[in-house]
Design a binder for this molecule. Structure first.
Ligand code: DGP
Length: 141
């Protein structure tokens, strides 16, 4: 497998070199809004530990990460009054991956509302900021 590239976009977000609309952080994980959302409230859950994707990740990292995915999914369901939540995760270019640092997509879904294309158009930053705030409020309980 190709080596992990420390200059990928999510590594830069983790180092604070480029901005993101963060909704959650703990010692091992961050979550922030996807800038090309497939639906309102589309969040990315990202481990701080470096790996390209699921295939080379430390199982201990995965065990903690999936618990954060559940927490974010529950908050997203509440914040966006979602009928369902899609969890997506892609591995390597052939598997649909475009940023090569492990991440899970958490996407609120509503009956009869199809997803927008993957890596489609950039969202308005004011809208993303407002959605991040809704999620932080739901996470605060
Ligand atoms: P994928 O690697 O295919 O699972 O998708 C990567 C996702 O990352 C895609 O939905 C768009 C999003 N994305 C790409 N660049 C940035 C960025 O600079 N900031 C944020 N927040 N999201 C990004």
């Amino acid at each position: 497998m190709t080596a992990y590239d420390t200059d990928n976009i999510f590594a830069k977000i983790l180092r604070g070199e480029i901005p993101s609309h963060r909704v959650y952080e703990d010692e091992a994980t961050i979550a922030f809004m996807d800038v090309m959302p497939q639906a309102d409230g589309h969040v990315l859950v990202v481990p701080k530990a470096p790996s390209r994707n699921l295939l080379d990740a430390d199982p201990a990292t995965l065990a903690g990460l999936i618990q954060v995915v559940q927490t974010i999914a529950q908050a997203a369901q509440e914040a966006f009054e979602a009928d369902g939540i899609s969890i997506m995760q892609f591995n390597e270019a052939a598997g649909g991956q475009s940023v090569f640092h492990l991440h899970f997509h958490v996407i609120p879904r509503h009956e009869g509302r199809p997803l927008k294309p993957h890596t489609g158009t950039m969202a308005d930053h004011g809208l993303l900021a407002a959605q991040a705030e809704k999620l932080r409020e739901a996470l605060a309980g």
